[in-house]
Design a protein around this ligand. Structure first.
Ligand SMILES: *[C@@H]1O[C@H](CO)[C@@H](O)[C@H](O)[C@H]1NC(C)=O
Ligand SMILES: *[C@@H]1O[C@H](CO)[C@@H](O)[C@H](O)[C@H]1NC(C)=O
Ligand SMILES: *[C@@H]1O[C@H](CO)[C@@H](O)[C@H](O)[C@H]1NC(C)=O
Ligand SMILES: *[C@@H]1O[C@H](CO)[C@@H](O)[C@H](O)[C@H]1NC(C)=O
Length: 790
């Protein structure tokens, strides 16, 4: 107790001597003050903040906090503080004095109960009153596991908010959830306690000097980059983090996350966004930067299973088994290596591959983002002469080097045959180019090389940005959810994907090299060793067992394999039809299931005879074609805008006539039927793609529909039980004239109807799908395992 009183007295004394502050007082509370992150980086970052800001007008106190009781906690914390080091660029005398002051301004608090938080807040208020200081704000740094967030947030909100006029900033460390749903949940909880502008979610990569300089670099070098920062000039973009360490000692965390959640979803994605986002007119406007970043997320193509190659170092399974105390035969499906191919459909980047790669137990420790430009010159001169000058034939690249590796410092490198970049002289200096070092196949002397004048740890940079309220260095809730929204489908789809085992270190040799093939990634070398085969797979003869469904052929697989089979079968049908008649008449359904199919057709089927294909709609909602609810709109976004179907071969349903929607006297249905009769031989489509609703509807033909279930082969208006109610649809008799009908059924939600339909006969008024039975054509069912087996 005596220690505490003495300490508090010193604390106040130190504050008095500095209390000339006019701009007010800032209290920094570090929760988890004796944890690993605090020991390694955070206290040092706070000390750096103090050194940088001590004479700039604010006064500070630093409050370390943890669950540990007062006396032992205080001892532990001061052991850490005593070891704080002076940066090499700081005068030793000044630093020693400041360190002494910093220690005196620091206090330990036990924060384990609601009363403890109330007490802390009262202490801060009492201190400020006593010293006559105005409060500027409070920073709460959460260096604690995420399960503790909600509880701490509740206490801060209820008893530690500063008085009106002063700000609150809470700093949160990852992980922020492990998929979209958990991230949404955590975000929703925190939103109850804090306003968006109060939250600073840390991705420490945004504090790495080379990453933090990407946007300023793009801004200051607009004159050079504007003409070349696009798909016509950029060959590819790589963002890479290679580690030599493995996950030993951390597998209890790692087993739940894996390399994609640990590194790609956050650090590498953020660095990529800085490279590919549209540059705001003013890069200092945090709002605009964040807005442009979000737009970039929206331009990315969805990831598929074959967008990624995955590996696991050999010792991982036994490490996990030992640390998690699992049985000998424990199988881990957690990837420790991943390469992922990302694409964008923006006008700037369409067709340019973005490669994100990271792994543990690799041959070197290095991180960088590299923009490689296309070589547009043909060099006639012989090679020796070519190397002599600064030739246009050498590789052209810009590299943001995060650190470690051959250079062992953060750096920005620009090939000399590109341009001499504009760099801020006060923070980046030109480094001596050593020609004995090679970076990406070129001697360092081929580049302009810049390194920071003062090397700063990422956490020091971030803590300074928290102090300055620079929110563009942090992850907003929208940004976080956009990123999880982008990664979660891949994470779901690779959970049964085999992993390539690798020995680790230099022994990996070329085992983890990969290449871009047919729109995805594949390892370059064939699998040499054993595959890690997850046990969750269906028996492999499953397809053979269930080859019929409702007396028609059935194809079944996991959804992604199923879609890829269906797309191939469609291409085959198209090629056959064009060979036979010169045309392919394809009628497509709306709804959510075909979207992945459309995307697959757009991205992988370059042999599809689009030029000779006519696209018809099976059904349409009575909304304008530009409405996002429109089936045609979805077809356009996911397929038509990416393939070359002649305009006059595209036949949207005329739901919008005379500036009104689906009015009977406008005769839209007759118009469409007439077009079909005029263009499609014998009104017999070559292929009709259908789906099934949970109520057994197909096309827009609903149970007990008055129209379209029987009678003439026509086009009809129908009523849906769900909004938008009015629909236009091909009738069952028209569908049944087709040469081929494929029915696609996906997802657990369809399990009940799939089971039911397997038992019922021909009863179209109850289940319209049961009336699909081509009079002379073929019907094939494509049902995924989830729909078939639940
Ligand atoms: C924190 O709260 C607990 C429970 O109310 C109490 O036992 C403890 O003494 C408090 N710690 C301090 C330093 O006041
Ligand atoms: C946060 O504090 C305010 C003011 O005390 C209170 O009205 C609000 O309910 C609190 N939020 C939550 C989620 O408890
Ligand atoms: C850019 O934005 C910053 C922050 O809002 C502002 O201080 C600065 O004046 C702006 N620069 C220009 C050129 O408009
Ligand atoms: C036209 O379609 C009907 C109904 O499907 C079929 O019976 C008939 O054989 C077809 N005729 C030709 C010439 O294809």
């Amino acid at each position: 107790m005596l220690g505490r009183v003495l300490c508090a007295a010193l604390f106040v004394g130190a504050l008095q001597s500095l209390a000339k502050a006019s701009q007010g007082h800032i209290s920094v509370v570090l929760l988890g003050a004796t944890g690993d992150l605090a020991k390694k980086y955070l206290w040092q970052g706070l000390f750096q903040l103090y050194m940088d800001q001590v004479s700039n007008g604010h006064s500070f106190t630093f409050h370390g906090a943890a669950l540990t009781a007062q006396e032992p906690g205080e001892r532990l914390m001061f052991e850490v503080l005593k070891k704080l080091s002076c940066p090499p660029d700081e005068a030793p005398n000044r630093c020693a004095v400041l360190k002494d002051q910093f220690l005196k301004l620091s206090q330990y608090h036990q924060l384990s109960s609601a009363e403890n938080y109330t007490a802390l807040s009262r202490e801060i208020e009492a201190l400020l009153r006593q010293e006559g200081l105005k409060e500027a704000g409070r920073i709460f740094y959460f260096s604690v596991p995420p399960f503790a967030y909600t509880e701490i947030a509740r206490h801060i909100n209820s008893s530690c908010r500063p008085p009106p006029g002063a700000w609150l900033r809470v700093v949160l460390e990852k992980p922020f959830g492990h998929d979209l749903e958990s991230a949404q949940q955590l975000a929703a909880e925190l939103t109850g306690f804090f306003r968006e502008e109060e939250m600073y979610r840390v991705d420490h990569y945004l504090g790495k000097q080379a990453v933090a300089h990407i946007l300023p670099f793009r801004d200051q070098n607009r004159q050079f980059l504007d003409p070349i920062w696009n798909r016509h000039h950029v060959e590819r973009v790589e963002v890479v983090l290679k580690e030599t360490v493995d996950a030993k000692g951390r597998t209890s965390f790692y087993e739940q996350y894996g390399v994609i959640r640990d590194v790609l979803q956050n650090h590498l994605t953020e660095a990529l966004m800085f490279l590919i986002m549209e540059l705001p007119a003013n890069v200092s406007r945090a709002e605009e930067v964040l807005q442009h970043k979000l737009q970039s997320f929206q331009s990315l193509w969805g990831l598929e299973k074959n967008s990624a190659v995955l590996g696991q170092y050999q010792a991982y399974a036994s490490q996990a088994q030992e640390e998690l105390q699992q049985a000998q035969d424990y199988v881990s499906t957690t990837p420790t290596f991943a390469g992922v191919l990302i694409r964008s459909d923006s006008l700037r980047w369409e067709g340019v591959p973005f490669l994100l790669t990271s792994g543990k137990a690799l041959d070197e420790r290095v991180g960088y983002a590299r923009v490689l430009f296309k070589n547009r010159a043909y060099c006639t001169q012989s090679e020796t002469l070519r190397d002599a000058g600064h030739s246009q034939c050498k590789a052209k690249q810009i590299i943001f080097y995060f650190g470690h590796g051959a250079l062992n410092t953060p750096a920005v490198l620009v090939s000399r045959n590109l341009f001499r970049p504009v760099m801020p002289k006060d923070s980046w200096k030109e480094a001596v180019a050593r020609s004995d070092l090679h970076i990406f196949g070129q001697p360092l002397s081929d580049y302009y090389v810049y390194s920071p004048v003062k090397e700063r740890d990422a956490y020091s940079v971030l803590i300074s940005n928290i102090y300055h309220g620079r929110k563009d260095f942090f992850i907003t809730t929208e940004n976080l959810l956009a990123s999880w929204g982008f990664w979660t489908p891949l994470l779901d789809s690779i959970s049964h994907q085999p992993l390539r085992l690798y020995p680790g270190g230099v022994e990996n040799q070329h085992l983890l090299d990969f290449e871009m093939v047919s729109g995805g990634l594949a390892f370059t070398l064939a699998e040499p060793a054993e595959l890690l085969n997850p046990t969750r797979h269906m028996p492999s003869d499953y397809k053979a067992i269930q080859s019929k469904y409702r007396q028609s052929p059935l194809v079944s697989a996991w959804s992604e394999d199923l879609i890829s089979q269906l797309a191939s079968d469609m291409e085959e049908a198209a090629v056959r039809s064009v060979a036979r008649s010169g045309q392919f008449h394809l009628a497509l359904s709306g709804g959510s299931s075909p979207v992945i199919l459309f995307q697959r057709l757009a991205r992988h089927h370059y042999g599809f005879p689009w030029k000779h294909t006519h696209i018809w709609l099976v059904d349409e909602r009575c909304v304008p074609l530009t409405d996002s609810e429109s089936n045609f709109f979805s077809l356009h976004s996911h397929l038509l805008q990416s393939v070359r179907v002649p305009y006059f071969n595209i036949h949207p349903m005329p739901v919008h006539l005379n500036r009104r929607l689906c009015v009977e006297e406008d005769r839209g249905t007759e118009l469409y039927a007439k077009d079909i009769v005029a263009l499609v031989a014998n009104a017999s489509f070559d292929l009709v793609l259908l789906g099934v609703g949970t109520d057994g509807h197909t096309a827009s033909l609903f149970p007990r529909s008055e129209n379209g279930l029987e009678g003439a082969p026509t086009v009809v208006l129908t009523e849906s039980p769900v909004k938008p109610h009015q629909r236009m649809s091909l009738s069952l008799p028209l569908i049944n004239r087709a040469r081929q009908v494929f029915v696609l059924v996906l997802g657990k939600g369809k399990h009940d109807i799939t089971t039911l339909l397997s038992r019922v006969g021909h009863e179209p008024t109850k289940w319209p799908i049961s009336g699909v039975s081509p009079s002379s054509g073929q019907l094939v069912w494509y049902v995924d395992y989830e729909a078939l087996l639940g």
